[in-house]
Structure formats: C-alpha cells, structure tokens
Design a protein around this ligand. Structure first.
Ligand SMILES: [Cu+2]
Length: 83
C-alpha cells in the first residue's frame, strides 16, 4: 500500500526536508509491527510504501522529524484492509 502525506505549516506552506518513519500495528495481540520510512515526492509531499501483511484494521503512527530537529507524531487508522 502506498501512503501519501502532505505536510503543511500553520500558514499552509509545504514543510520540506522532513524525515518520516511509519509504524503500523493491528489491534489484536501477538503481531509484530511493520516499520517503513518515506521519501519526499514533491515539496512537502511524502510517500511511503507499507507492507500491511494482514487483512483488517491498522493503526498507523507517523513520527516526523523536521529539518530543524523538532519532532512530532501523528496517528491515523486504515480500516478494512483487504487480502
Ligand atoms: Cu494481524
């Protein structure tokens, strides 16, 4: 699955030069998380390919390191992944 994220600052300008790390987890126990990075496909536009290895609902955490070293996390869900 390819995930595309657009990152903007509070004024709406694209945030370039950030590093992103994705962690994918399912809601049930006993399953190893899936990790991947991302590349910047355009100004402030980041793409990641994640191998979501099981059908069902996934919770994705993105850890962002901005070019000035600041860090932030964002979580979202991808529901109903099909085999
Ligand atoms: Cu699973």
């Amino acid at each position: 699955m390819t995930i595309t994220l657009n990152i903007k600052d509070t004024s709406g300008a694209p945030v370039t030069g950030a590093r992103l790390n994705f962690e994918g987890n399912m809601s049930h126990a006993g399953m190893a998380p899936v990790f991947t990075g991302a590349s910047e496909a355009g100004p402030g536009r980041y793409q990641s390919v994640m191998d979501l290895s099981m059908a069902g609902d996934w919770n994705i955490t993105v850890k962002v390191t901005l070019s000035d070293g600041r860090k932030l996390d964002h979580e979202f869900e991808i529901e109903g992944v099909e085999p």
